[in-house]
Design a protein around this ligand. Structure first.
Ligand code: NAD
Length: 478
């Protein structure tokens, strides 16, 4: 079978790429070959073609749901709506989910799904019908359920699609008290969790912050702390790209100098304000024409602008041998899945560019999905039981402090000190701790075995070791 490739002969098939990265890391682990094979293969793929009434005729849609590894249940992973979806891509993305979950210690196996169509060409009502019909197919084949397989948003899908999936599942499985946990990334009013929409972008922010805490590592890449003042370029102004750009510029003092989209991009060395750009796009349908910024003609131009940190947050295979030599950033922070080919990674590494790999960096989404799933199973909002009690204790502490020091605490400080944690505070602090721990684990493994070469191989190695341990403990049944 022929595979997509670049002019330089690189194999762009994402499944092959993931398998190659896996083999590279696995060769250093001493895990038995048979077990490595079992971890690497995709356990199950459901392929379906189904009809949906579009206007006055029926259209046939192709959909997939892959379960890469069933060593933990449920399996977990997003659903992608794109004309470029293929079975190999879905299998590869499911595999990345397995490794991602292991890296951030989320107790799920990896899964992914997709439907091959461009949602921008369909009305909201038509997308609802396509989504609901796809969900029916998944229910029929047992590829969805709170303890079986739990989808989430990905490219081309968001809260709305997740709400339709939850509602369809609930309608087909009446009386199941846990049915809301069949999907994550739902609107907060439909059983979602605060902070999930922003979670992947938040996780990318926390991951970049963590990388910038290790001065000696940065030095090796010709970089220096602090993160503040660094110039950022972002490819893809969707859910992930928007939030990364917003958080890094508004909370870390970074300057977003370029954003790229399907129809081109914009560049402004003085910095681009993200919230107004979001409003401009909502009003005009494009980021282009934003006041004060110069136009970038091609979607790929953003990858080559002068900046410190490049955040690909759109699609796979964006940095290849065709453009790697023109990437000027010193850090490539992979918010998208598979944005850099193995050959391009090598080329960048030779130039000392630091790559923070996807399987670690964009794991914030699945981490908070895990929080949402546990919230749905416990049927109570995080913080609801303990927030007031926590505030009462804090108030007592402040009172004791005042009486022992004879210094009254002013009203503003008092309010800050006694404020208990809301759901979003708990979610974000849980996510931050997760991203910090995972980075340190990957970094320590790389320091202990420099032959692994880079953070990506070290991240794969961390994941493979954890999944292998789980298989060893379970054995094979029947
Ligand atoms: P999205 O659909 O919300 O946004 C993607 C954006 O990229 C869109 O605005 C689209 O117009 C743009 N785009 C498409 N092709 C482009 C191109 N060639 N150049 C520039 N821009 C282009 O999707 P998302 O949820 O933000 O996902 C983005 C990436 O992050 C994907 O690789 C996805 O797998 C990954 N990811 C997403 C999540 C999540 O929670 N949503 C979690 C982990 C990883």
């Amino acid at each position: 079978m022929s595979h997509p490739s670049t002019g330089k002969g690189e194999d762009l098939n994402l499944w092959n790429i993931v398998c190659r990265e896996f083999d590279k890391a696995a060769s250093r682990l001493g895990v038995p070959e048979g077990l490595l094979q079992q971890i690497k293969v995709c356990n199950a793929v459901y392929y379906v073609q189904f009809p949906v009434r579009i206007g006055d005729h029926y259209e046939i849609f192709e959909g997939w749901r892959a379960e890469h590894s069933q060593h933990r249940k449920p399996t977990k992973g997003g659903i992608r709506y794109s004309e470029a979806v293929t079975q190999d891509e879905i299998m590869a993305l499911a595999a990345l989910m397995t490794y991602k979950c292991a890296i951030v210690d989320v107790p799920f196996g990896g899964s992914k799904g997709g439907i091959c169509f461009n949602p921008k060409k369909y009305s909201r009502e038509q997308i609802e019908r396509i989504t609901r019909r796809y969900t029916v197919e998944l229910v029929r084949k047992n590829f969805i359920g709170p303890g079986i397989n739990v989808p989430a948003p990905d490219l081309g899908t968001g809260e709305q699609e997740m709400a339709w999936i939850a509602d369809t599942y609930d309608a087909l499985t009446p009386g199941q008290i846990d049915s809301l946990a069949c999907v994550t990334g739902k609107p907060v009013t439909q059983g979602g969790i605060r902070g999930r929409k922003e979670a992947t972008g938040r996780g990318v922010q926390y991951g970049i912050r963590e990388a910038f805490k290790h001065g000696e590592d940065l030095k090796k890449h010709g970089l220096s702390a602090p993160l503040e003042g660094k110039r950022i370029a972002v490819q893809g102004f969707g859910n992930v790209g928007y939030h990364v750009a917003k958080f890094l510029s508004e909370e870390d003092g970074c300057r977003v100098v370029a954003i790229g989209e399907v129809d081109g991009g914009i560049f402004n060395p003085e910095g681009i304000p993200i919230a107004p750009l979001g409003e401009h796009r909502a009003r005009t349908g494009s980021i282009r024409g934003f006041p004060g910024a110069r136009a970038l003609d091609r979607p790929g131009d953003v990858l080559e602008v002068d900046c410190d940190i490049l955040v690909p947050a759109a699609l796979e295979n964006q940095i290849t041998l065709d453009n790697a030599d023109r990437v000027k950033a010193r850090v490539v922070a992979e918010a998208a899945n598979g944005p850099t080919t193995p050959e391009a990674s090598e080329r960048l590494a030779k130039r000392g560019v630091l790559i923070i790999p996807d399987i670690y960096l964009n794991a914030g989404g699945v981490t908070v999905s895990y929080f949402e799933w546990t919230k749905n199973l416990s049927h109570i909002r995080y913080g609801r039981m303990e927030k007031r009690l926590d505030e009462i204790y804090r108030e007592k502490m402040v009172n004791v402090l005042e009486t022992t020091t004879h210094h009254p605490v002013d009203e503003k400080r008092r309010r800050e000190l006694i404020q208990g944690a809301d759901e979003v505070d708990l979610v974000n602090s849980g996510l931050e701790g997760t991203m910090q721990n995972a980075y340190r684990e990957i970094r320590e493994l790389l320091l202990s075995d420099p032959e692994l070469g880079d953070l990506r191989s070290a991240a794969y190695a961390v994941a493979i070791r954890k999944v292998a341990r789980s298989y060893m403990e379970l054995g094979v049944f029947p």
